[in-house]
Write a protein that binds this ligand. Structure first.
Ligand code: NAD
Length: 351
């Protein structure tokens, strides 16, 4: 008989770990049965708050348990590939928070292992799951825009560094700064809407203008802080990405910048017959009555907007995986190319 109840173990009980737990608990076929967290205090608080029966400090104990079906990873970036690979090798289904890894080489190993094991492996690109993004996808499918030839996509904050001195702002733990942190969301969502992930060339430039001066601090994350640690990641990134088809994407991501909005997280698509921008979701096109700029009412979503509920729906055979490992690998290659291009001052070709 097909399985109708899945045991979930979450690894990492920081800011987003709590969200993983609460989100899985929304599905009647999911039970969060275990938590791994190196901080005994954060682990105990989370286990008590969410009523999780097993708490360990070493995630490897959970990989040995045959009753655990899913490992959901909410760890600092440098641990993503190591823990995900170990979980996949143990035959577990894996939900991995973004960014997929801190190098495309590591990300590729995850794709290979997930395929070999035949398990479900998804990167938690929750910005694809929003109502606006899913409505936009449906407008595109209805051919409202014609051929999309260019896009601008951004997540820019005025003062949103996830706490200076946390692991987020140290390259050895984060792998990169804003590019990996929120640039990944803006890019993934845009490529999903364009229906194309493979890029051939990337020109990028990253900056660190605020963090090194102790400015632009935000309030995200629960891990330890040591403000004396050097801020050695980017707090602004821009890139021109040329896709295989010849279409282009302009990406912008900032943790800190002098800009009008405190937080802008949106995408704009340019098509031969229309344009689209969100938030809020607006459609621009020529009609018989002149040029129209319409606010679009959200359509019913294509998949559950809760990524963890969707993940369990896929396990149950009720939905097709919305974020595919090969797509996440292609995104990782572009992010890495942005850093390389910024370092070398040259356009980077992707094969
Ligand atoms: N999808 C999203 O919208 C979203 C939002 C925020 C963060 N994230 C991602 O989630 C991940 C975690 O971010 P966060 O904001 O929760 O960070 P955080 O610092 O708040 O929490 C990380 C937790 O991991 C724990 N940890 C570290 N090493 C561990 C280990 N070996 N075993 C078990 N626990 C360990 C830390 O003690 C800490 O409690 C990051 O990769 C981040 O990029 C995603």
């Amino acid at each position: 008989m097909p399985k109708d109840l899945f045991n979930i173990a979450v690894v990492g009980a920081g800011a987003i770990g709590h969200d993983h737990i609460a989100s899985f608990k929304q599905h009647p076929s999911a039970r969060v049965v275990a938590l791994a967290e190196v901080s005994p205090q954060r682990g105990r608080e989370a286990a008590d708050q969410h009523g999780i029966p097993t708490l360990v400090t070493d995630y490897r104990e959970l990989l040995k348990r045959p009753d655990i079906d899913v490992i959901s990873i909410a760890l600092p970036n440098y641990l993503h590939a190591t823990v995900a690979l170990a979980a996949l090798k143990a035959g577990k289904n894996v939900m991995l928070d973004k960014p997929m890894a801190t190098s495309a080489a590591d990300a590729a190993k995850l794709v290979t292992e997930a395929r070999k094991q035949g398990v479900l492996f998804m990167v938690g690109q929750n910005m694809r799951f929003t109502s606006e993004c899913q409505t936009a996808k449906q407008l595109i499918a209805q051919d409202m825009l014609g051929d999309i030839y260019h896009a601008k996509t951004a997540w820019t904050r005025r003062s949103g560094i996830p706490r200076i001195g946390s692991w987020f702002t140290q390259k050895k733990f984060a792998g990169g700064g804003v590019t990996y942190d929120i640039g990944v969301h803006a890019l993934d969502r845009c490529l999903y809407l364009m229906g194309e992930f493979d890029a051939v060339a990337v020109s990028g430039k990253t900056y660190s203008q605020f963090g090194p001066r102790g400015q632009g601090d935000g309030n995200w994350g629960r891990g330890e802080i040591d403000p004396k640690k050097p801020f050695d990641v980017d707090d602004l990134a821009i890139a021109l990405i040329k896709l295989k088809s010849g279409r282009t994407v302009l990406l912008e991501a900032s943790w800190a910048a002098h800009q009008p909005q405190s937080d802008f997280n949106g995408t704009q698509l340019f098509g031969t017959e229309g344009g689209l921008l969100f938030p809020p979701l607006q459609l621009f096109r020529k009609t018989e009555h002149g040029y129209s700029s319409e606010l679009v009412t959200p359509l019913p979503p294509l998949v559950n907007t809760n990524r963890m509920v969707h993940f369990v729906d896929v396990l149950l055979g009720k939905a097709e995986a919305f974020v595919k490992p090969a797509e996440s690998l292609a995104v990782q290659k572009i992010l890495d190319a942005i850093y390389l291009s910024s370092k070398t001052g040259k356009e980077v070709r992707i094969r």
